[in-house]
Design a protein. Structure first.
Ligand code: G1P
Length: 289
């Protein structure tokens, strides 16, 4: 078996256009789902999958993400003095261990492929995970851990996918499979945002990947694709000419938190799944309907 997956890249530089003005001064991935920022859940998912080093690709004005994962000495002192140990533990849960997190400025919004390429020197010569944090996933076993399980079985590159809602394949990267048998299938192709009617399947790339470092050489010279952006999907399609790719249909539910309805659905679903507030949340939602 190949090298262990130890590092994850989290591109967070997006403008959050669909959740403005909320995302104007608060990066969209720091918006709350119930009482935790989206990134808090995604970092917990990464740690549950055995990730030892998180690399955030940020944009201007997002220094606050780095602050979120640092200690807040005054706050922690106050919570400790007041005996609020539960909240203190929750605040500290997200603080990075020394050396666990790196932050890289993307400098220019040239697309997802370019964001990932910015991590090349920090990744070096080993397989790595990519997590698109605005795709928040609820699952019994951490979705990235499911991808690592698949990687340990078949090696190569793994892309987590799921069926797209009817008529929405043109919004995503879509994969083509050799044949569909169970949840883990060898891929034969992929395309970014295919015009409706041309999609090779209904399975969309839902935001968790395990990739081999050879992707960086391809990204280095990758031209612009769909939407005038340097697309990760195009680089992966290039890498597929020399390496294996498998698509994994993971077990769980995805919430697109870059979108207002997705963010709302996530808030409702995560509140209903929280033992401490589920009853109150259900009653509040019922009363509104
Ligand atoms: C990106 C990827 C796309 C994927 C999607 C999931 O697109 O390029 O392949 O399906 O994320 O959210 P974006 O949403 O950045 O346009």
């Amino acid at each position: 078996m190949g090298k262990k997956v130890r590092k994850a890249v989290l591109p967070v530089a997006g403008l959050g256009t669909r959740v403005l003005p909320g995302a104007k001064t608060t990066p969209k991935n720091l918006l709350n789902v119930v009482d935790r920022p989206i990134l808090s859940y995604v970092v917990a998912e990464a740690r549950a999958a055995g990730i030892e080093h998180l690399i955030f690709i940020t944009g201007r004005g997002q220094g606050v993400i780095e602050d979120y994962f640092d200690h807040h000495v005054e706050l922690e002192t106050q919570l400790a003095a007041k005996g609020k140990t539960d909240i203190l533990a929750q605040v500290r849960r997200d603080v990075g261990q020394p050396g666990e997190m790196s932050f890289i400025r993307q400098m220019a919004p040239l697309g997802l492929g370019h964001a990932i390429w910015c991590a090349r020197d920090v990744i070096g010569d080993e397989p790595f995970a990519v997590m698109l944090p605005d795709m928040l996933m609820a699952a019994k076993r951490a979705p990235l851990a499911q991808a690592v399980d698949a990687y340990e079985k078949v090696g190569g590159n793994i892309i987590v996918v799921e069926p797209a809602p009817e008529g929405e394949t043109h919004k995503y990267g879509i994969v083509a499979l050799e044949k569909q048998d169970g949840r883990l299938n060898r891929m034969t192709g992929m395309v970014e945002k295919p015009p409706l009617g041309t999609e090779p399947s209904n399975l969309f790339i839902s935001g968790r990947y395990i990739l081999q470092p050879e992707i960086f050489g391809i990204l280095q010279t990758q031209g612009r694709g769909a939407g005038g952006e340097i697309q990760l999907t195009d680089a992966m399609a290039g890498l597929m000419t020399t390496q294996d790719f498998h698509a994994l249909e993971y077990e769980g539910t995805t919430f697109d938190c870059g979108d207002k309805i997705g963010l709302l659905r996530a808030n409702v679903a995560f509140a209903l799944a929280r033992p401490d507030i589920a009853d109150e949340a259900r009653a509040a939602i019922k009363a509104l309907l």
